[in-house]
Design a protein around this ligand. Structure first.
Ligand SMILES: [Fe+2]
Length: 286
């Protein structure tokens, strides 16, 4: 990716006009040869999983939550879930739809790391290794349940985490505005709008509100839990879900993905694993 040079249009900047609307400001700046680069060190992937697969996964999730063999996974998770339930998914016994979703997550993770290498190194260093699902669990959040600020970990030092939304109660603020707007790329993320009941907030820095001295936006994004939406982000991205006040269940599946490097000269730990021939077992998909 080279530096994008502005195209000068007529007498440079002569056409710039005042506006109060961000979209028209941006359009006007671009038309006048001004480029806008918003910079942030991290990125998140988001995608809509097919509704047929969501239906199957939700049905399996409900079976696990309502099974007579249900075992709480609270001891291992950050969520403060008193009215709902949290259950680990046993991946070695998982039904086909979960395996199908696992494959999607692993492929998406691989592309995520490839994209990072390309962004960081261009063509000079290309990712070679494996992304395999480390663990996956169901969270059923009900009225007043919440998930405090936390990060995730994987078996590998490098890793990704994510969540797939399966069911959302109507009472969650603004949910209905988004649920029929799945064609819009921007429906899931609103920068700077935070702390909305039942939404997930990702914090990628310490800025919590707009800074009018240094023109810095909050380092947070807030995402409504629209069923079918799946997000993927670096494992150390702090995130939280505020409680909601109303009937119904907010059901999602969270997961962690190991990232193993099978090339030398990337990280010290991967060099040690390679030198001691310890990577073969780590590379196995669950
Ligand atoms: Fe989490």
């Amino acid at each position: 990716m080279g530096l994008q040079m502005p195209q000068l249009t007529g007498r440079y900047l002569d056409n710039i006009t005042m506006s109060k609307n961000k979209k028209s400001i941006d359009e006007n700046l671009r038309a006048s040869g001004v480029t806008i680069t918003e910079y942030s060190a991290k990125c998140m992937f988001g995608t809509i999983v097919h509704s047929d697969l969501i239906k199957d996964i939700l049905s399996e999730a409900l079976k696990i939550l309502n099974s007579s063999l249900y075992k709480s996974y609270d001891y291992s998770l950050a969520g403060r879930i008193s009215n709902g339930k949290q259950a680990k998914i046993e991946l070695d016994k998982a039904p086909h739809c979960i395996v199908e979703f696992k494959d999607i997550v692993e492929k998406l993770s691989h592309v995520y790391v490839e994209r990072f290498f390309s962004t960081a190194y261009g063509d000079s260093k290309i990712f070679s290794g494996k992304c395999n699902l480390h663990d996956m669990w169901i969270v059923e959040q009900k009225k007043n349940d919440y998930n405090p600020l936390h990060i995730h970990n994987n078996q590998s030092p490098a890793g990704l985490s994510g969540v797939l939304y399966l069911e959302t109660p109507e009472c969650i603020s603004e949910y209905s505005r988004y649920k029929n707007a799945q064609q819009s790329e921007s429906f899931v993320v609103e920068k700077g709008r935070c702390e909305i009941d039942g939404w997930i907030n990702l914090d990628y820095g310490s800025q919590t509100s707009p800074d009018l001295n240094n023109f810095k936006m909050p380092e947070k994004i807030s995402i409504p839990p629209v069923p079918g939406y799946c997000i993927l982000f670096p494992q150390d991205t702090a995130h939280q879900v505020y409680p909601f006040d109303g009937d119904g269940s907010r059901i999602c599946i969270s997961f962690n993905v190991n990232v193993w490097y099978d090339q030398t000269g990337v990280t010290q730990w991967s060099d040690i694993l390679l030198a001691n021939n310890l990577l073969a077992n780590k590379n196995k998909s669950i």
